[in-house]
Design a protein around this ligand. Sequence first.
Ligand SMILES: [Zn+2]
Ligand SMILES: [Zn+2]
Length: 121
Amino acid sequence: MGHADDHPAADGAHTRSQASQHCDLCEAAPITTWYHEDAVCWIADCEICQVPMVVWRSHGAEPPADALSHMLDRLRAIADARFGVDGWFLDREMRRIPDHFHAHARDPDWWSRIAARFLRP
Ligand SMILES: [Zn+2]
Ligand SMILES: [Zn+2]
């Protein structure tokens, strides 16, 4: 596994020619907990959900099968380490950004953590 690039989007070195408009996932900077990055994907805590999220480096909704299995394998390893093997579920629904592949590894309590944060005065 090479380290061709250090941080995605940190210095704009990545050209985003495919992204015609603003995309949060293309522009994501490593501002949260950063778990993993390679040529195919990166994994960091989702800013909103506070759970690990894998994001495809390419802007598109349907990664090829080999990229998909690579990403889900990486996410699984990280989620297993954080939540325990049976302590999380894969959420592939792309609610906020439907045209750029990403998937969350959620633990059963993720929503109550978010709710607690928003309900706090
Ligand atoms: Zn994108
Ligand atoms: Zn999220």
